[in-house]
Design a binder for this molecule. Structure first.
Ligand code: SAH
Length: 390
């Protein structure tokens, strides 16, 4: 098997468990890149570090799959790993829907699998994992006998690996408009054309957190996508709920979802740019009991981090101004480069500028089917905060 030797001076990151090896950490590799892309990695002094997959074209040429010398990378490896992923989720109480595989956090770098009851959506975001797609699909068939498997590899990050963007069936074709259940509610999920894998499972535990604060409340939800938080608010007893999203398609789905749950009289959805309307409505003096914000990631690059900070501050400031004294702001950030500490600082700045006092009710991360591994920063990405605003 081809062997990769690391340089003498490399950061402790890899030795401490991070699976990525950057090109400036590699001293040399012996032999041609094999067809299955699997290589063995050794330190400069020839100590075995692990086995991983290689793509010399990538800025991260090697990603480790195992540190166990006895573990071979083959069909059985993927079957066992995915089985373990499912056992873990089951233990945590997930029954129907969950992120079954969360890449690096499940020691399957760059592999994402979302389980929507009997349907599965896959993303293989690096060449070295893409090659094993057939074995991964086989494993899903063995463990779950699914009704359908779909590939949502229409993501730009694949191009960094020399991979095309593509989507399509990895099983017999099926109707990609499905309905899932969450917290006693039902939601339409568009597997083929919805955002990302079709549905944001990472907020599924957090959506329950609004249960008490929305009772009899007038609620505004910005960046609502298909209305999941908003429909939860109505279900938990809100008096009125307004949801806005910039995408007409998302708003249509949100309306369908409200009707699916018989909550169309409480929920109203509208296509609008949140940056514009939050500003306009706060100027007009509109007031709500609860404001919820769940924007998309504002940046993926350190070069534009300041712009992201400004964006978060702006919407949270506007959100606070729209709240009655004693109201609640429910605010999220999925920008990986905005750390939890930085996010809290931004919220503090927004409160100061809005001349409001805040008290923290809840501060947590993504739902536990997306595990966080200390030392792998990319696994701890979601910030979910509820504050009382007086
Ligand atoms: N809360 C949702 C997920 C939101 S994803 C859930 O739990 O399912 C972020 C959403 O923000 C996307 O639907 C996107 O269309 C929307 N969006 C992006 N920019 C926007 C803007 N300027 N104004 C309003 N919505 C925007």
């Amino acid at each position: 098997m081809p062997v990769v030797y690391l340089k003498k001076r490399i950061s402790d990151r890899v030795l401490n468990g991070h699976p990525w090896i950057f090109n400036n950490e590699i001293e040399k590799w012996d032999d041609e890149v094999p067809e299955n892309r699997v290589v063995e990695v050794f330190t400069y002094d020839k100590k075995f570090l692990g086995r991983g997959y290689i793509n010399p074209l990538s800025r991260i040429p090697v990603r480790l799959l195992t540190r166990d010398r006895n573990e071979k990378i083959n069909e059985t490896f993927f079957l066992n790993r995915i089985r373990k992923c499912w056992e873990y989720r089951e233990k945590l109480g997930y029954v129907e829907n969950c992120r079954l595989v969360f890449g690096e956090a499940d020691s399957l770098p760059q592999l994402i699998i979302d389980k929507f009851n009997d349907y599965f959506v896959i993303q293989t975001l690096a060449l070295g994992i893409d090659i094993w797609k057939t074995e991964i699909v086989k494993a899903l068939n063995t463990i779950f006998s699914p009704k359908g498997i779909y590939e949502r590899n229409d993501v730009p990050v694949r191009e960094l690996e020399g991979l095309p963007q593509q989507k399509g069936f990895l099983s017999a074709p099926f109707n990609t408009q499905i309905v899932i259940r969450e917290n006693g509610l039902r939601f339409n999920v568009d597997i083929e054309n919805g955002q990302k894998t079709g549905y944001f499972l990472d907020q599924q535990d957090n959506r329950r957190k609004i249960n008490n604060i929305v009772k009899d409340a007038d609620v505004l939800g910005a960046f609502c996508y298909t209305g999941t938080f908003e429909i939860h608010a109505a279900h938990y007893g809100a008096r009125s709920v307004k949801g806005i999203d910039i995408s007409d398609g998302a708003v249509e789905q949100a309306k369908k979802n409200a009707a699916l749950n018989g909550l169309q009289n409480v929920c109203q959805f509208e296509a609008a740019n949140a940056f514009d309307v939050l500003k306009q409505w706060s100027k007009e003096g509109k007031q709500y009991d609860v404001v919820m914000l769940d924007p998309p990631a504002f940046t993926k690059s350190r070069d534009t981090i300041q712009k992201a900070i400004t964006g978060y501050k702006e919407i949270n400031l506007r959100g606070m101004k729209l709240l009655k004294p004693g109201g609640f702001l429910v605010t999220s950030s999925c920008t990986n480069l905005v750390s939890p500490e930085l996010f809290l600082q931004i919220i503090d700045m927004a409160a100061k500028d809005a001349r409001r006092k805040i008290r923290q009710v809840t501060f947590q991360t993504q739902s536990s089917d997306h595990p966080v591994i200390r030392g792998i920063e990319s696994t701890w990405y979601l910030k979910f905060l509820i504050v009382e605003v007086s």
